[in-house]
Design a protein around this ligand. Structure first.
Ligand code: C5P
Length: 490
């Protein structure tokens, strides 16, 4: 198996201690994982889940991570832009040149970066080089009439989703801790309401000085995230703690913070009802009718909604995957129980029926076990009856959720059948999977991936093959855009 970038995972999880805590191991185990570039098998699902909760999409095989699409939810037109924005404050230290690399890599994630430089930073890199890399004006002067006329400093502080300070010098940290506003950088740090990340870099003696440590404690206590510094040779040639964390580490932390900030709360105050998994319909005390549904898709959707601040009720048939964090879980077995639980969960703003509900159940399940007597040649006859259609019932309910979404697995005539299903069931959207006619072995169900077309009354959109967790995020983003929920933070 190829090496896992354990260092990147640690950063994305919020530090070594987070990984230790998550896996219940000590520091030496984590050092071991870093050296070997591997994690024990039991750690993989825990790490995947924790990363997804922090806003990452994770490839379960390689454990490589990508950030969620950082598309602004709510009222994009209010800010006339869709992507997330970072204010990159460059302090005056030799590590300032690394800010250029940080700015470039942030843009690789589709993030707009606006540079701000202190006077001292300009001793190390020029505003021109930062502007060239960010394709934005770089700001540096608090008292410049031209700069104020173009973009007042308060607006600059407010129209950002995150502030990143690279490098954070001892002086910048001290001035921020004191609440000083004696240049553009510190004024912005005081005026912004966005989260702040600082990447300190300084001489080891300056870092360990009680004054710096007290400032660090103050900054942390006020919610500023401090990345590093790390131990190594510093610019002044001294060995010790004070070297700035690498651009990769800073970018990973910034992207994680942004993912939380941008989409957190987008659906706050909304209630979503999600069905997931199979239903199990008893024939007798030991036998049942069911299907291969793993519940992966429904659970991923519930988790993605919960990450956006939605109150989620997840009604699921029996599955072998853990309950997603942050959802109200209702475990059921039969379609009738699922229907009752769904009705009891109303009112809801959104309903997403992902469950593979068994179409039929035994009319009268036998109390004991149906006996197979020696010499029996004929098989018993079991009378079946139709199960309620939960999706159809929610669609026509007096407390119908504003947006009702169903899934449809079709072997042929995907669009025609799915459109017909949309009309017949009365839902708003159908996500249609093309299922191959010879998929009777159930492989389509347990799969990590899914490929669907989104079908509404007037459009059809083909989505590419993607992980079920990615599909969940894409669907939730689509819901956010459609129902025009205003981010509570805006
Ligand atoms: O009719 P079909 O089973 O293809 O419809 C699939 C969609 O309807 C899925 O969204 C599924 O969750 C929902 N469904 C339901 N209750 C049923 C059958 C299907 O909610 N009894």
């Amino acid at each position: 198996m190829s090496r896992i970038d354990v260092a990147a995972l640690i950063t994305a999880l919020g530090g070594r201690e987070s990984l230790q805590h998550l896996l219940g191991v000590g520091p030496s185990a984590v050092s071991n994982y870093l050296t070997k570039g591997a994690l024990p098998n039991r750690a993989r699902p825990l790490v995947c889940q924790a990363l997804q909760e922090r806003g990452y999409q994770v490839d379960p095989q390689s454990l490589s991570i990508t950030a969620l699409p950082l598309v602004k939810s709510g009222r994009p037109q209010a800010r006339e832009r869709q992507g997330a924005a970072i204010l990159l404050i460059v302090g005056g230290g030799i590590a300032a040149y690394k800010a250029l690399e940080v700015s470039r890599r942030l843009q690789d994630h589709g993030i707009k970066v606006t540079g701000v430089m202190t006077k001292a930073a300009q001793q190390f890199i020029t505003p021109l080089s930062l502007s060239a890399l960010t394709a934005q004006k770089t700001y540096s002067d608090l008292f410049s009439l031209t700069e104020e006329a173009e973009m007042g400093h308060i607006r600059l502080a407010r129209e950002t989703d995150l502030v990143v300070v690279v490098p954070a010098t001892a002086s910048l940290m001290a001035r921020t801790a004191q609440g000083l506003a004696d240049d553009l950088a510190t004024t912005l740090l005081l005026a912004t309401k966005a989260p702040i990340i600082m990447a300190p870099a300084m001489n080891p003696a300056m870092w360990s000085n009680a004054a710096t440590q007290a400032n660090l404690a103050t900054l942390r206590q006020r919610g500023i995230e401090v990345i590093g510094p790390v131990t190594g040779e510093t610019a002044c040639g001294e060995e010790g703690k004070g070297r700035m964390s690498g651009p990769d580490t800073i970018v990973t932390a910034a992207v994680a913070k942004l993912a939380q900030t941008v989409s957190a709360g987008a659906l706050t105050g909304k209630h979503a009802l999600v069905t997931s998994g199979p239903t199990v319909e008893p024939l007798d005390a030991v036998r049942f009718i069911s299907n291969h549904s793993s519940g992966r898709q429904g659970h991923a959707i519930a988790a993605a909604l919960a990450r956006r601040g939605t109150r989620v009720t997840l009604v699921s048939g029996p599955v072998n995957i853990p309950d997603p964090p942050g959802v109200a879980m209702i475990h059921v077995r039969t379609a009738e129980q699922m229907l009752a639980a769904c009705k009891a969960a109303l009112p809801a703003d959104i309903a997403i029926c992902t469950a593979a509900v068994a179409d039929w159940r035994a009319q009268k399940p036998v109390k004991g076990k149906i006996k197979k007597l020696p010499g029996d040649t004929a098989a018993p006859t079991i009378s079946l009856t139709k199960n309620p259609d939960i999706l159809a019932q929610l669609s026509s309910h007096s407390q119908r959720p504003k947006l009702v979404i169903g899934f449809a697995a079709e072997t042929d005539n995907l669009q025609a059948n799915a459109s017909e299903k949309l009309r017949r069931k009365g839902c708003d959207w159908i996500l249609a999977n093309a299922v191959s006619p010879d998929s009777s072995d159930g492989t389509v169900f347990g799969n990590e991936h899914n490929k669907v077309s989104l079908i509404t009354s007037d459009e059809k959109e083909d989505w590419p093959m993607m992980l079920k967790t990615e599909l969940a995020d894409k669907l939730v983003q689509r819901i956010i855009n459609t129902i025009g929920v205003v981010n509570a933070k805006n």
